[in-house]
Design a binder for this molecule. Sequence first.
Ligand SMILES: Nc1ncnc2c1ncn2[C@@H]1O[C@H](COP(=O)(O)OP(=O)(O)O)[C@@H](O)[C@H]1O
Ligand SMILES: [Mg+2]
Length: 380
Amino acid sequence: MDSNIRIEKLTLNNFRNHKFLKLDISKNMVLIYGENGSGKTSVLESISLFDTSHGFKASNLSEIINNDLQGPLEMFGVNLLLNDSNNLKKIGIGLKKTMDKFQKIISIEGKKTRGDLIKNTPNIYSVIPKMTFLFQSNSEERRNFLDKMIFVIDSNHKKNILDYEKHKIERIKILKKWKIQNGEWLDAVEKKMVSYGLIISDNRRNFLKKLNFMLANIDKEFPLLQIKLKGDLDKLLLEKPAIEVEEIFASTLKKNREKDLLTGRTNYGANKTDFNVLEKESHKDVKLFSTGQQKTILFLLIFAFIKCLEQAPYNKTIFLLDDVFSYLDNKFVNMVLEKLNELKVQTWMTDVKGDWIFENNKYKEIIDRINIDDKRFKVN
Ligand SMILES: Nc1ncnc2c1ncn2[C@@H]1O[C@H](COP(=O)(O)OP(=O)(O)O)[C@@H](O)[C@H]1O
Ligand SMILES: [Mg+2]
Protein backbone atom coordinates (compact mmCIF):
# COMPACT_ATOMS: atom_id res chain seq x y z
CA MET A 1 0.00 0.00 0.00
CA ASP A 2 1.78 3.13 -1.19
CA SER A 3 -0.73 5.49 0.29
CA ASN A 4 0.71 5.31 3.81
CA ILE A 5 2.05 8.35 5.52
CA ARG A 6 5.84 8.78 5.58
CA ILE A 7 8.28 11.29 6.92
CA GLU A 8 10.72 12.30 4.17
CA LYS A 9 12.57 15.01 6.02
CA LEU A 10 13.00 15.80 9.68
CA THR A 11 14.63 19.00 10.87
CA LEU A 12 15.32 19.82 14.49
CA ASN A 13 16.33 23.22 15.74
CA ASN A 14 17.45 23.49 19.34
CA PHE A 15 15.58 20.36 20.30
CA ARG A 16 17.15 18.78 23.43
CA ASN A 17 20.84 18.06 22.66
CA HIS A 18 20.39 18.70 18.92
CA LYS A 19 21.26 22.29 18.06
CA PHE A 20 20.55 21.47 14.47
CA LEU A 21 19.77 18.15 12.85
CA LYS A 22 18.46 17.40 9.39
CA LEU A 23 17.57 13.92 8.21
CA ASP A 24 16.51 12.89 4.71
CA ILE A 25 14.62 9.63 4.68
CA SER A 26 13.76 7.61 1.63
CA LYS A 27 12.72 4.30 3.11
CA ASN A 28 9.99 2.81 5.21
CA MET A 29 12.27 1.57 7.95
CA VAL A 30 14.64 3.92 9.71
CA LEU A 31 17.30 2.83 12.14
CA ILE A 32 18.98 5.53 14.18
CA TYR A 33 22.15 4.38 15.88
CA GLY A 34 24.82 5.96 17.99
CA GLU A 35 26.36 6.00 21.44
CA ASN A 36 24.26 6.37 24.56
CA GLY A 37 23.44 9.99 25.10
CA SER A 38 23.87 10.88 21.44
CA GLY A 39 20.21 11.85 21.12
CA LYS A 40 18.47 8.88 19.49
CA THR A 41 15.50 8.81 21.84
CA SER A 42 15.24 12.58 21.45
CA VAL A 43 14.73 12.18 17.70
CA LEU A 44 11.83 9.80 18.26
CA GLU A 45 10.46 12.07 20.94
CA SER A 46 10.47 15.00 18.51
CA ILE A 47 8.30 12.98 16.11
CA SER A 48 5.97 11.93 18.89
CA LEU A 49 5.20 15.58 19.60
CA PHE A 50 3.00 15.58 16.50
CA ASP A 51 0.71 13.12 18.14
CA THR A 52 -2.29 14.93 19.48
CA SER A 53 -2.51 12.63 22.47
CA HIS A 54 0.21 12.21 25.08
CA GLY A 55 3.86 12.86 24.35
CA PHE A 56 6.68 10.37 24.35
CA LYS A 57 8.33 11.14 27.64
CA ALA A 58 5.44 12.90 29.36
CA SER A 59 7.91 15.70 29.73
CA ASN A 60 7.52 19.26 30.58
CA LEU A 61 7.70 21.26 27.34
CA SER A 62 10.35 23.56 28.78
CA GLU A 63 12.71 20.56 28.98
CA ILE A 64 12.79 19.96 25.24
CA ILE A 65 14.40 23.29 24.44
CA ASN A 66 18.16 23.07 24.10
CA ASN A 67 19.73 24.18 27.36
CA ASP A 68 22.16 26.50 25.63
CA LEU A 69 19.59 28.34 23.55
CA GLN A 70 20.14 32.04 24.14
CA GLY A 71 17.98 33.50 21.38
CA PRO A 72 14.21 33.81 21.02
CA LEU A 73 11.83 30.84 21.11
CA GLU A 74 11.41 31.08 17.35
CA MET A 75 14.80 29.40 17.12
CA PHE A 76 13.24 26.23 18.46
CA GLY A 77 11.40 23.95 16.09
CA VAL A 78 10.61 20.49 14.81
CA ASN A 79 9.72 20.35 11.13
CA LEU A 80 8.60 17.47 8.99
CA LEU A 81 8.09 16.97 5.32
CA LEU A 82 5.34 14.40 5.19
CA ASN A 83 4.37 12.28 2.27
CA ASP A 84 0.70 11.62 2.83
CA SER A 85 -0.80 9.50 0.05
CA ASN A 86 1.72 11.02 -2.36
CA ASN A 87 0.87 14.56 -1.32
CA LEU A 88 3.76 16.38 0.23
CA LYS A 89 2.99 18.50 3.21
CA LYS A 90 5.04 20.46 5.66
CA ILE A 91 4.09 20.37 9.29
CA GLY A 92 5.93 21.97 12.12
CA ILE A 93 5.91 22.43 15.86
CA GLY A 94 6.99 25.52 17.68
CA LEU A 95 6.56 26.71 21.22
CA LYS A 96 5.09 29.80 22.72
CA LYS A 97 5.21 30.99 26.26
CA THR A 98 2.34 32.62 28.06
CA MET A 99 2.59 33.37 31.76
CA ASP A 100 5.48 31.02 32.40
CA LYS A 101 3.75 28.16 30.63
CA PHE A 102 4.89 26.66 27.36
CA GLN A 103 2.42 25.68 24.71
CA LYS A 104 2.79 23.70 21.52
CA ILE A 105 1.87 25.41 18.26
CA ILE A 106 1.35 23.15 15.28
CA SER A 107 1.58 24.66 11.83
CA ILE A 108 0.61 23.12 8.53
CA GLU A 109 2.25 24.55 5.41
CA GLY A 110 3.57 27.40 7.52
CA LYS A 111 0.16 28.42 8.81
CA LYS A 112 -0.69 28.17 12.45
CA THR A 113 -3.69 26.01 12.84
CA ARG A 114 -6.34 25.17 15.32
CA GLY A 115 -8.21 23.25 12.66
CA ASP A 116 -8.68 19.57 12.35
CA LEU A 117 -5.37 18.39 13.73
CA ILE A 118 -6.48 14.82 14.01
CA LYS A 119 -7.04 14.76 10.25
CA ASN A 120 -3.83 16.55 9.33
CA THR A 121 -1.25 15.08 11.64
CA PRO A 122 0.02 11.53 11.67
CA ASN A 123 -0.92 9.05 14.32
CA ILE A 124 2.17 8.15 16.23
CA TYR A 125 2.34 4.77 17.86
CA SER A 126 5.30 4.54 20.23
CA VAL A 127 6.88 1.65 22.03
CA ILE A 128 9.19 2.83 24.76
CA PRO A 129 11.24 0.87 27.30
CA LYS A 130 9.02 1.99 30.17
CA MET A 131 6.17 -0.03 28.68
CA THR A 132 7.85 -3.27 29.66
CA PHE A 133 6.58 -2.60 33.19
CA LEU A 134 3.01 -2.37 31.97
CA PHE A 135 1.71 -5.33 33.95
CA GLN A 136 3.21 -3.99 37.18
CA SER A 137 2.12 -0.43 36.73
CA ASN A 138 -1.16 1.33 37.41
CA SER A 139 -4.48 1.03 35.64
CA GLU A 140 -4.09 4.38 33.93
CA GLU A 141 -0.99 3.18 32.10
CA ARG A 142 -2.79 0.06 30.96
CA ARG A 143 -5.83 2.05 29.88
CA ASN A 144 -3.59 4.36 27.85
CA PHE A 145 -1.84 1.40 26.32
CA LEU A 146 -5.17 0.04 25.17
CA ASP A 147 -6.51 3.38 23.96
CA LYS A 148 -3.39 4.23 21.98
CA MET A 149 -3.84 1.08 19.95
CA ILE A 150 -7.46 1.96 19.33
CA PHE A 151 -6.51 5.53 18.29
CA VAL A 152 -4.59 4.06 15.39
CA ILE A 153 -7.61 2.37 13.91
CA ASP A 154 -10.36 4.71 15.06
CA SER A 155 -9.74 8.44 15.26
CA ASN A 156 -13.18 8.98 16.83
CA HIS A 157 -12.01 7.16 19.91
CA LYS A 158 -9.63 10.00 20.71
CA LYS A 159 -12.38 12.55 20.37
CA ASN A 160 -14.80 10.54 22.49
CA ILE A 161 -12.27 10.24 25.27
CA LEU A 162 -11.55 13.96 25.21
CA ASP A 163 -15.28 14.69 25.38
CA TYR A 164 -15.79 12.21 28.20
CA GLU A 165 -12.89 13.71 30.16
CA LYS A 166 -14.24 17.20 29.63
CA HIS A 167 -17.63 16.30 31.11
CA LYS A 168 -16.04 14.31 33.90
CA ILE A 169 -14.03 17.36 34.95
CA GLU A 170 -17.05 19.61 34.61
CA ARG A 171 -19.11 17.34 36.88
CA ILE A 172 -16.50 17.42 39.63
CA LYS A 173 -16.31 21.20 39.32
CA ILE A 174 -20.08 21.53 39.68
CA LEU A 175 -20.03 19.21 42.68
CA LYS A 176 -17.33 21.28 44.34
CA LYS A 177 -19.04 24.56 43.68
CA TRP A 178 -22.70 23.67 44.25
CA LYS A 179 -22.37 20.52 46.29
CA ILE A 180 -25.18 18.29 45.14
CA GLN A 181 -27.77 21.02 44.98
CA ASN A 182 -27.62 21.78 41.29
CA GLY A 183 -29.42 18.61 40.26
CA GLU A 184 -30.53 19.58 36.78
CA TRP A 185 -27.11 20.67 35.65
CA LEU A 186 -25.56 17.53 37.10
CA ASP A 187 -28.17 15.37 35.41
CA ALA A 188 -27.31 16.92 32.05
CA VAL A 189 -23.56 16.48 32.47
CA GLU A 190 -23.93 12.93 33.73
CA LYS A 191 -26.10 12.10 30.75
CA LYS A 192 -23.25 13.16 28.45
CA MET A 193 -20.79 11.10 30.46
CA VAL A 194 -23.04 8.08 30.12
CA SER A 195 -23.36 8.40 26.37
CA TYR A 196 -19.65 9.00 25.69
CA GLY A 197 -18.63 6.50 28.33
CA LEU A 198 -20.69 3.74 26.79
CA ILE A 199 -19.28 4.36 23.32
CA ILE A 200 -15.75 4.30 24.73
CA SER A 201 -16.27 1.11 26.70
CA ASP A 202 -17.96 -0.55 23.79
CA ASN A 203 -15.04 0.36 21.53
CA ARG A 204 -12.57 -1.06 24.00
CA ARG A 205 -14.58 -4.26 24.30
CA ASN A 206 -14.78 -4.69 20.54
CA PHE A 207 -11.12 -3.98 20.04
CA LEU A 208 -10.14 -6.49 22.72
CA LYS A 209 -12.28 -9.09 21.02
CA LYS A 210 -10.19 -8.63 17.86
CA LEU A 211 -6.96 -8.58 19.81
CA ASN A 212 -7.90 -11.76 21.64
CA PHE A 213 -8.71 -13.41 18.35
CA MET A 214 -5.25 -12.50 17.01
CA LEU A 215 -3.59 -13.65 20.23
CA ALA A 216 -5.28 -17.00 19.94
CA ASN A 217 -3.84 -17.46 16.47
CA ILE A 218 -0.20 -16.51 16.91
CA ASP A 219 2.57 -19.02 16.36
CA LYS A 220 2.19 -22.08 18.60
CA GLU A 221 5.64 -21.66 20.11
CA PHE A 222 4.48 -18.62 22.08
CA PRO A 223 2.32 -18.71 25.20
CA LEU A 224 -1.41 -18.50 24.58
CA LEU A 225 -2.71 -15.30 26.08
CA GLN A 226 -6.05 -13.84 26.83
CA ILE A 227 -6.89 -10.30 27.83
CA LYS A 228 -9.73 -9.71 30.26
CA LEU A 229 -11.41 -6.41 30.99
CA LYS A 230 -11.55 -5.51 34.65
CA GLY A 231 -13.50 -2.27 35.16
CA ASP A 232 -16.99 -2.47 36.69
CA LEU A 233 -18.62 -0.76 33.74
CA ASP A 234 -16.76 -2.96 31.26
CA LYS A 235 -17.75 -6.11 33.08
CA LEU A 236 -21.36 -5.00 33.17
CA LEU A 237 -21.30 -4.48 29.40
CA LEU A 238 -20.22 -8.07 28.97
CA GLU A 239 -23.21 -9.28 30.95
CA LYS A 240 -26.10 -7.00 30.21
CA PRO A 241 -27.62 -5.28 27.19
CA ALA A 242 -26.39 -1.73 26.59
CA ILE A 243 -29.72 -0.16 27.40
CA GLU A 244 -29.68 -1.62 30.90
CA VAL A 245 -26.05 -0.67 31.42
CA GLU A 246 -26.93 2.87 30.44
CA GLU A 247 -29.46 3.08 33.25
CA ILE A 248 -27.15 1.53 35.81
CA PHE A 249 -24.32 3.85 34.78
CA ALA A 250 -26.56 6.92 35.12
CA SER A 251 -27.95 5.90 38.49
CA THR A 252 -24.50 5.01 39.82
CA LEU A 253 -23.16 8.44 38.91
CA LYS A 254 -26.11 10.00 40.69
CA LYS A 255 -25.72 7.80 43.73
CA ASN A 256 -21.98 8.55 43.84
CA ARG A 257 -22.28 12.33 43.84
CA GLU A 258 -21.48 12.71 47.49
CA LYS A 259 -18.67 10.17 47.44
CA ASP A 260 -17.16 11.71 44.29
CA LEU A 261 -17.33 15.15 45.87
CA LEU A 262 -15.53 13.88 48.95
CA THR A 263 -12.82 12.05 47.06
CA GLY A 264 -12.60 14.62 44.26
CA ARG A 265 -12.65 11.87 41.66
CA THR A 266 -15.06 9.90 39.54
CA ASN A 267 -15.39 6.52 41.16
CA TYR A 268 -17.33 4.79 38.43
CA GLY A 269 -17.22 4.90 34.65
CA ALA A 270 -15.13 4.58 31.51
CA ASN A 271 -12.26 6.22 33.38
CA LYS A 272 -11.94 3.05 35.45
CA THR A 273 -11.28 0.56 32.69
CA ASP A 274 -8.44 -1.84 33.35
CA PHE A 275 -7.45 -5.24 32.07
CA ASN A 276 -5.33 -8.18 32.98
CA VAL A 277 -3.64 -10.70 30.78
CA LEU A 278 -3.83 -14.39 31.55
CA GLU A 279 -1.78 -17.25 30.29
CA LYS A 280 -4.52 -19.54 29.07
CA GLU A 281 -3.16 -22.89 30.09
CA SER A 282 -2.20 -22.09 33.66
CA HIS A 283 -4.74 -19.30 34.12
CA LYS A 284 -1.90 -17.37 35.65
CA ASP A 285 -1.89 -13.59 35.54
CA VAL A 286 1.15 -12.62 33.46
CA LYS A 287 2.24 -10.12 36.08
CA LEU A 288 3.42 -13.16 38.02
CA PHE A 289 5.80 -14.14 35.21
CA SER A 290 9.47 -13.18 35.13
CA THR A 291 10.46 -9.74 33.87
CA GLY A 292 11.96 -11.29 30.76
CA GLN A 293 8.79 -13.20 30.00
CA GLN A 294 6.71 -10.09 30.58
CA LYS A 295 8.69 -8.24 27.93
CA THR A 296 7.95 -10.94 25.41
CA ILE A 297 4.31 -10.97 26.43
CA LEU A 298 4.06 -7.23 25.98
CA PHE A 299 5.45 -7.64 22.50
CA LEU A 300 3.02 -10.43 21.75
CA LEU A 301 0.24 -7.97 22.51
CA ILE A 302 1.84 -5.40 20.23
CA PHE A 303 2.34 -8.01 17.54
CA ALA A 304 -1.32 -9.03 17.79
CA PHE A 305 -2.22 -5.36 17.47
CA ILE A 306 -0.09 -5.01 14.33
CA LYS A 307 -1.90 -8.03 12.93
CA CYS A 308 -5.21 -6.28 13.59
CA LEU A 309 -3.99 -3.52 11.28
CA GLU A 310 -4.30 -5.89 8.36
CA GLN A 311 -8.01 -5.32 8.56
CA ALA A 312 -8.12 -1.70 9.57
CA PRO A 313 -7.57 1.74 8.02
CA TYR A 314 -4.23 2.50 9.63
CA ASN A 315 -2.59 4.49 6.85
CA LYS A 316 -1.94 7.62 8.88
CA THR A 317 0.31 5.85 11.32
CA ILE A 318 4.02 5.97 12.04
CA PHE A 319 5.64 3.54 14.48
CA LEU A 320 8.41 4.48 16.87
CA LEU A 321 10.35 1.66 18.54
CA ASP A 322 12.80 2.99 21.07
CA ASP A 323 15.57 0.64 22.15
CA VAL A 324 13.56 -2.55 21.63
CA PHE A 325 16.56 -4.56 20.43
CA SER A 326 18.23 -4.22 23.77
CA TYR A 327 15.66 -6.37 25.53
CA LEU A 328 13.99 -8.43 22.84
CA ASP A 329 15.07 -11.57 21.16
CA ASN A 330 16.17 -10.96 17.54
CA LYS A 331 13.75 -13.55 16.30
CA PHE A 332 10.93 -11.67 17.87
CA VAL A 333 12.00 -8.27 16.57
CA ASN A 334 12.16 -9.91 13.16
CA MET A 335 8.57 -10.99 13.40
CA VAL A 336 7.42 -7.48 14.29
CA LEU A 337 9.53 -5.76 11.63
CA GLU A 338 8.50 -8.16 8.91
CA LYS A 339 4.86 -7.46 9.58
CA LEU A 340 5.34 -3.69 9.75
CA ASN A 341 7.30 -3.79 6.52
CA GLU A 342 4.63 -5.85 4.85
CA LEU A 343 2.03 -3.29 5.94
CA LYS A 344 4.34 -0.50 4.76
CA VAL A 345 4.08 1.35 8.03
CA GLN A 346 7.01 3.71 8.38
CA THR A 347 8.93 2.55 11.45
CA TRP A 348 11.63 4.46 13.29
CA MET A 349 13.93 2.44 15.52
CA THR A 350 16.87 3.21 17.72
CA ASP A 351 19.80 1.14 18.86
CA VAL A 352 23.36 1.66 20.02
CA LYS A 353 24.68 -0.35 17.06
CA GLY A 354 21.91 -2.18 15.27
CA ASP A 355 24.44 -4.35 13.43
CA TRP A 356 22.46 -7.57 13.31
CA ILE A 357 19.59 -5.87 11.64
CA PHE A 358 21.86 -4.18 9.12
CA GLU A 359 23.84 -7.29 8.41
CA ASN A 360 20.62 -9.06 7.60
CA ASN A 361 20.34 -9.02 3.80
CA LYS A 362 16.60 -8.84 3.91
CA TYR A 363 16.73 -5.50 5.74
CA LYS A 364 19.72 -3.89 4.04
CA GLU A 365 17.60 -2.76 1.13
CA ILE A 366 14.68 -1.46 3.07
CA ILE A 367 16.31 0.34 5.96
CA ASP A 368 17.70 3.84 6.12
CA ARG A 369 20.53 3.55 8.60
CA ILE A 370 21.49 6.79 10.23
CA ASN A 371 24.48 7.36 12.43
CA ILE A 372 23.27 10.14 14.67
CA ASP A 373 26.86 11.18 15.40
CA ASP A 374 27.60 11.76 11.73
CA LYS A 375 28.61 15.41 11.43
CA ARG A 376 27.00 15.77 8.01
CA PHE A 377 23.58 15.83 9.66
CA LYS A 378 24.32 18.61 12.05
CA VAL A 379 25.95 21.90 12.84
CA ASN A 380 27.26 22.39 16.34
N1 LIG B 1 17.08 20.44 26.87
C1 LIG B 1 18.25 19.81 26.66
N2 LIG B 1 19.34 20.48 26.24
C2 LIG B 1 20.53 19.87 26.00
N3 LIG B 1 20.72 18.55 26.21
C3 LIG B 1 19.67 17.82 26.62
C4 LIG B 1 18.40 18.39 26.87
N4 LIG B 1 17.54 17.43 27.28
C5 LIG B 1 18.26 16.28 27.28
N5 LIG B 1 19.54 16.50 26.90
C6 LIG B 1 20.64 15.52 26.76
O1 LIG B 1 20.54 14.93 25.50
C7 LIG B 1 21.24 13.69 25.51
C8 LIG B 1 20.54 12.73 24.60
O2 LIG B 1 19.57 11.99 25.23
P1 LIG B 1 18.83 10.78 24.53
O3 LIG B 1 18.06 11.27 23.35
O4 LIG B 1 18.06 10.09 25.58
O5 LIG B 1 20.06 9.89 24.01
P2 LIG B 1 20.09 8.37 23.53
O6 LIG B 1 18.70 7.91 23.31
O7 LIG B 1 20.91 8.40 22.26
O8 LIG B 1 20.80 7.61 24.59
C9 LIG B 1 21.35 13.30 26.97
O9 LIG B 1 22.70 13.35 27.34
C10 LIG B 1 20.57 14.36 27.71
O10 LIG B 1 21.16 14.70 28.93
MG1 LIG C 1 17.67 6.29 24.19
